[in-house]
Design a protein around this ligand. Structure first.
Ligand code: HDD
Length: 711
């Protein structure tokens, strides 16, 4: 079995090797293979003479450069990818005949791309936004793409509205401002007139929209899909990814500061973790709904703005994905990878979710302009690991040299090849769903309720999570300039939760209006009838769903957490080495942050490599702070305003802090003096206690008091 696994796990790697090139020890050539002996000077008529047109080496170099860019993705332009594999725990043959979900001996190669949605390719990672979570499974039966997000629902119910949604959130078209931000008039103009957006919108106001790491996010397939077993029986399914590191976020204040300190924060984090061998892992979960239960819920399972609470349909964990290899080349792999929710394999099928149906069109279409040709499937990162044979031919950048006279079916000259798959060989057959319907351009009434689930989400959050939601709305609406849009939003928030609406209204210094109905709503043809979308009272089916809070998943200790050790020359070797040993033995990474770069000397006169000089780093790039004793070191730090800022900010962001011996004097010179009883502040305490607090991510109980720290 082992041998089989390793064979399968490397099938995509082997496939990519055919196109992977290393220049080591090689001579430079042109694209036509002529050896090049000067790539610095163009060919000229005389020493100071004009450049000659015949210089094919110059022409080729410049021409290629001129055409290096391709259009960025219209959405999800900014992303980061990684290779890995998926392993199944137990055969799911009662639900599906798909090989990846029935054969436990397989190690299916995957490529995953995480992304933000609204920003350009060069925008900052910590934008408040949904994160894309797209997985390409290179299965033995072809490509299966699970193109999801880190939130379990979507903004709209019908693909027809997607261009409107995206146009509203993108920078405003007259001035191309703001970049990668939903906090502006056009977005809230659209949202406040399209109440179906509210559920996804409130998730975006939660901390899920500012994750600590891609590695600490859940993933969701969102739509209800179908699984089909060998007998042709269908079950509905929702796909979930559960991160083994738990779900964690940063605060908005940190997010804003990380923008400046390291705009590549998430990209770097993913890359560094994989390079360090701390491979990110997620378990894949199924929520299975038998066909006969389709109408048992108080909402429509085809409505992508609704989730099925895990308390109603538990998530069964069926396998694990591990990301263990960074791409060799960003453009060739992460940029050229082309996902498509329509890439499915036998055993997986679609439902009539109108958002999914529209997506099935959009993703091929977009690759045609982005990658330039229907041959995008031949690009190494996109091609399946099994063989491809059909009668499709030609078009831009065709790579395959198809032999033979025939490119049609049926043919006798080519022996009838490629021949059709016999059913026993696993040809794809669509699920034979019975359809008896009228053609209509309407929204199903079963999609009407727009308010129960945003309210359920808000009710299910911890108090600190709710507080962050209220602050996020206050920030975002505070950035809007039109009062009528803010009023409309307040009115709508009041339908979700009165307390939330009041908090936001206070922050904005506005009143919640009694009504927003008016001639404008009808005149603009908005789906603005708030009453129509109210849930019937009896439909508040759950008081709370614990799984909707970030806290519901277990943490995996302090693996890959980053701890800053703040020092200057003369720091206590004893304090430091003990702490460092414990933290590193438990998988964390300790970075020496010193008053200068290069090396720093400890009390035992040993040189230690500085990870970052105070000048070049910020507290927001670390999960926790440790300050060892050592009088000389502490005296030097007392003279550094940035050292005090580092401590104050770490406190403000509710992170764990450990200080030993003389470091208490430095702590007392900051706002730390007021936080000595805090449960995540450790003065001369054990490394174990400190590590437990780091694993808990933050001490949110500190937040109210820490608000007064002007950091
Ligand atoms: Fe989409 C990209 C996820 C609705 C049209 N989408 C894209 C990516 C993700 C999603 C993760 C980036 C893939 C990558 O990394 O290359 N999209 C979603 C989810 C949706 C959704 C979870 C709802 C449940 N998308 C959606 C609709 C449409 C699109 C309704 C159009 C009707 N999406 C696109 C696109 C993109 C895309 C324009 C841009 C780049 C690409 O496809 O390859 O076709």
């Amino acid at each position: 079995m082992k041998e089989n696994q390793s064979k399968n796990s490397s099938s995509k790697e082997k496939d990519l090797e055919k196109n992977t090139q290393c220049p080591h020890g090689k001579t430079m050539t042109t694209n036509q293979g002529q050896k090049v002996n000067d790539t610095n000077n163009s060919l000229k008529a005389g020493e100071r003479g004009a450049t000659l047109l015949e210089d094919f080496i110059l022409r080729e170099k410049i021409t290629h450069f001129d055409h290096e860019r391709i259009p960025e993705r219209i959405v999800h332009a900014r992303g980061s990818g990684a290779h890995g594999y998926f392993e199944l725990y137990e055969s799911q043959e009662k639900y599906t005949k798909a090989g990846i979900f029935t054969d436990t001996t397989r190690k299916t190669p995957v490529f995953v791309r995480f992304s933000t949605v609204a920003g350009n390719k060069g925008s900052a990672d910590l934008a408040r936004d949904v994160r894309g979570f797209a997985t390409k499974f290179y299965t033995e039966e072809g490509i299966f793409d699970l193109v999801g997000n880190n939130m379990p629902i979507f903004f709209i119910q019908d693909a027809m509205k997607f261009p409107d949604l995206i146009h509203s959130v993108k920078p405003e078209p007259d001035r191309d401002i703001p970049q990668a931000a939903s906090a502006h008039d056009t977005f809230y103009d659209f949202v406040s007139h399209t109440t179906e957006t509210l559920h996804n919108q409130i998730w975006v106001m939660s901390d899920r929209a500012i994750p600590r790491s891609f590695r600490m996010m859940e993933g969701f397939g969102i739509h209800t899909f179908r699984l089909i077993n060998a007998e042709g029986k269908s079950h509905f399914v929702k796909f979930h990814w559960k991160p083994l590191l738990g779900v964690h976020s940063v605060t908005w204040d940190e997010a804003v500061k990380i923008h400046g300190a390291d705009a590549d924060f998430h990209r770097r984090d993913l890359w560094d973790a994989i390079e360090a061998g701390q491979y990110p892992e997620w378990e894949l979960g199924f929520q299975i709904i038998p066909e006969e239960d389709e109408h048992k819920f108080d909402f429509d399972i085809l409505d992508p703005t609704k989730l099925i609470p895990e308390e109603m349909v538990p998530v069964q964990r069926v396998g694990k994905m591990t990301l263990n290899r960074n791409p060799e080349n960003f453009f060739a792999e992460t940029e050229q990878v082309a996902f498509h929710p329509g890439h499915v394999v036998p055993g997986i099928d679609f439902t009539n979710d109108p958002l999914l149906q529209g997506r099935l069109f959009s993703y091929t279409d977009t690759q045609l302009s982005r990658l330039g040709s229907p041959n995008f499937a031949e690009i190494p990162i996109n091609r399946p690991v099994n063989e491809v044979h059909n009668n499709q031919r030609d078009a831009h950048m065709r790579m395959t040299i198809n032999k033979g006279k025939t490119a049609y079916f049926p043919n006798s000259i080519g022996g009838g090849c490629p021949h059709l798959a016999k059913m026993a060989e696993g040809g794809f057959t669509s699920y034979e769903e019975r359809i008896d319907a009228r053609k209509i351009r309407e929204r199903s009434e079963s999609f009407n309720d727009h308010f129960s689930q945003p309210a359920l989400f808000y009710r299910s959050l911890q108090p600190w999570e709710q507080k962050h939601v209220a602050e996020a709305y206050t920030f975002e609406l505070g950035k809007c300039t039109y009062d009528h849009i803010k009023q409309r939003m307040l009115y709508i928030l009041n339908q979700i939760d009165e307390d939330l609406a009041n908090k936001v209204a206070n922050g904005l210094g506005m009143q919640i209006p009694d009504s927003v109905d008016g001639p404008l709503n009808q005149a603009i043809g908005a789906d603005a009838d708030v009453e129509k979308h109210q849930p019937p009272k009896k439909k508040n089916y759950l008081d709370k769903s614990e799984a909707l809070s970030q806290t519901h998943l277990e943490n995996k200790g302090i693996v890959s957490r980053k701890i800053a050790a703040l020092v200057s020359d003369g720091f206590s070797h004893e304090d430091f080495s003990e702490m460092k040993k414990y933290l590193e033995n438990n998988g964390a990474e300790v970075t020496i942050v010193a008053t200068h770069g290069g090396t720093v000397t400890c009390s035992e006169n040993k040189d230690h490599k500085v990870g970052a000089a105070l000048l070049t780093t910020e507290s927001v790039l670390y999960d926790a702070l440790y300050i060892p004793g050592g009088k000389k070191s502490i005296d030097a730090l007392l003279d550094e305003a940035k050292a005090k800022k580092f401590i104050n900010e770490t406190l403000k962001h509710c992170k764990a802090i450990a200080i030993d011996n003389e470091a208490e004097e430095l702590f007392d010179a900051t706002y730390g003096k007021d936080f000595k009883d805090d449960e995540a502040v450790f003065i001369n305490k054990s490394a174990e206690d400190f590590a437990k607090a780091i694993a808990n991510h933050r001490n949110w109980d500190r937040e109210d008091q820490a608000k007064s720290i002007p950091a």
